[in-house]
Design a protein around this ligand. Structure first.
Ligand SMILES: NC(=O)c1ccc[n+]([C@@H]2O[C@H](COP(=O)([O-])OP(=O)(O)OC[C@H]3O[C@@H](n4cnc5c(N)ncnc54)[C@H](O)[C@@H]3O)[C@@H](O)[C@H]2O)c1
Length: 347
């Protein structure tokens, strides 16, 4: 492990990038946040001044900078290909927020570029693989005590979506993609078929938006996954799942811990816990563990967590899921090319 702190540059300082900036500057050991880049220069400058980093107008100049050892990418998905490719070109470890890219071809190009280098440099920000409950379920399944995994049932709800342009297909590409990765992780298998169905939508969705949706994934070993994704639930951020195996089941993410509150309402007193506002509080611990593990690995010269292959596979399933949704609920097969040797089978 290098004796020097890892000098990290951050590309994109919106909601997720702003959250990562605080984490990198204040809660990650062995790291210095040295630079930020965002076309919103005012936002970047305000953040950089507060956290004592320099601002680059151009994200590619940040990535190329000799003062930056490793890069966290939290820009919108449509610019990830160019930025991850630049990190590969400069041999810089990168933690790229999901989705790796917006379509299969561009994700596969990154996989091929990294495989040509023969060295893993890319980690994709599927932070649930670092969430202590997801990890505990994975370990319990691997232990064999529960027998073979048969089914997963996921629930993924947001209080509301950030903007009116959040259309039906984005629910698949931006939200469901987390369950796609979590299912590949928990089963240790690829998804071979996806079906996305939609009931009559909630009146709280935008015009023409199909919300909620139910996705059914068929895994390579014959297991099934159901996922409800509901992005205008009005309540808060709720993410939980149940894994059903041959000799028992495991449930994670229940709102059973935390603060129990009582509150006066016009209808009388109510009791219960609070639902997290959004992913930043619900998965705060997972993001902290993700970024720390990524930084530790980068300093030691290797990579951890979801790989470019995992990012590509998730994108391929999302693409098929969007096709299924458009078709009104046909099952769509997912076929992946041969997996390069750089990415070991047991993700
Ligand atoms: N892992 C998670 O749970 C999670 C949660 C939310 C968002 N995300 C991902 O994080 C990324 C950012 O999402 P967000 O919600 O923060 O979006 P956002 O719109 O809040 O922020 C995006 C930022 O990127 C900047 N930007 C635009 N073009 C850029 C470019 N070419 N280079 C650098 N910066 C650029 C914008 O000015 C903005 O500041 C997306 O890939 C999203 O899917 C992941």
């Amino acid at each position: 492990v290098s004796r020097h702190p890892l000098r990290v540059g951050l590309v994109g300082v919106g909601l997720m990038g702003g959250d990562h900036a605080e984490r990198l500057a204040q809660r990650t050991a062995g790291v210095t946040l040295v630079a930020v880049a965002d076309p919103d220069v005012g936002r970047a400058t305000a953040l950089a001044d507060r956290l004592d980093a320099v601002v680059h107008d151009d994200p590619l100049s940040l990535i190329a900078s000799p003062d930056v050892d490793a890069v966290v990418i939290a820009s919108p998905g449509f610019v990830h290909e160019e930025q991850v490719a630049a990190c590969l070109q400069h041999r810089k470890p990168t933690l790229c927020e999901k989705p790796l890219t917006m379509d299969d071809d561009s994700s596969l190009r990154l996989v091929e570029a990294e495989a040509r280098l023969g060295r893993r440099l890319v980690t994709v920000g599927f932070m649930r693989r670092f969430d202590p409950e997801y990890v505990a379920v994975k370990e319990a399944l691997v232990s064999g005590v529960y027998g073979r995994l048969l089914l997963l049932h996921h629930v993924h709800r947001n209080r509301a979506v950030p903007n009116a342009e959040f259309h039906s297909e984005m629910i698949v590409r931006d939200s469901l993609v987390h369950e796609v990765d979590a299912s590949r992780f928990l089963f240790g298998q690829e998804v071979v078929e996806v079906t996305v169905l939609a009931p009559a939508p909630t009146s709280h969705a935008g015009p023409g938006v199909l919300d909620p949706q139910v996705a059914i994934l068929r895994m390579a070993g014959g297991g099934l996954v159901t996922t409800e994704v509901f992005v205008n639930s009005r309540v808060g951020y709720e993410v939980r799942f149940e894994a059903v195996a041959e000799c028992g089941s495991l449930t994670a993410g229940l709102a059973s811990s935390g603060v129990l509150a009582t509150r006066a309402t016009p209808e009388g007193g109510v009791w219960g816990g609070l639902v997290p506002e959004d992913y930043r509080s619900r998965f705060a611990r997972a993001y902290d563990l993700e970024v720390q593990a990524w930084a530790d690995a980068a300093r030691a010269g290797h990579a951890v967590g979801p790989s470019a292959w995992d990012g590509y596979a998730a994108t391929a399933v999302s693409t098929a899921g969007m096709e299924s949704l458009r078709s009104g609920g046909n099952a769509v097969a997912v076929t992946l090319p041969e997996r390069p040797r750089l990415y070991p089978e047991d993700h």
